[in-house]
Write a protein that binds this ligand. Structure first.
Ligand code: NI
Length: 157
């Protein structure tokens, strides 16, 4: 296990599309374990592989009750809308109010390749959307609520 370097700001990799995972091998497990270490150290809610420079459709989230590994995640359904402040480990010292679904249904593979269903609302829905967007080269600044702007803050690392 190791801490990987988080890519930030205008690093061009953050705008690239990640490729589906087809092989569930030791290299994938090492990536997942490193991502968990990296996320824990950064005290974030979620991390996508692209943020550590790996263009694979892999996400790790932790809502405070343990890590969830999401491989090849997809949003199956979304309901309602919400607007709340969001930040990203790849855009340090910035935040902005986004427009997101209020709840989402997500399916993703676990490290054994089995599909698992997840549901989340409010913060969890925002986080699932934010991380899955990373896999398509999208950042939260692309999903700002109408009239909102990114602002600078010291509250987010
Ligand atoms: Ni992010």
């Amino acid at each position: 296990m190791a801490i990987r370097k988080i890519r930030v700001d205008d690093d061009p990799i953050l705008r690239k599309k990640s490729r589906p995972v087809e092989v569930f091998d030791d290299r994938l497990f090492e990536l997942l374990d490193d991502m968990k270490d990296t996320l824990k150290k950064a005290e974030g809610l979620g991390l996508a592989a692209v943020q550590v420079g790996v263009l694979k459709r892999v996400v790790v989230v932790n809502f405070g009750d343990g890590f969830i590994e999401l491989i090849n995640p997809e949003i199956l359904d979304s309901k309602g809308s919400q607007s709340a402040e969001e930040a990203c480990l790849s855009l340090p010292r910035k935040a902005g109010k986004t427009l997101r679904p209020m709840s989402v249904k997500v399916r993703a593979q676990n490290r054994n390749g089995a599909w698992v269903l997840y549901e989340g609302s409010e913060l969890k829905a925002r986080c699932f959307c934010h991380e899955i967007d990373h896999l398509d080269g999208k950042l939260y600044i692309d999903s700002l609520a109408p009239g909102e702007k990114v602002f600078y803050t010291e509250n987010y690392s």
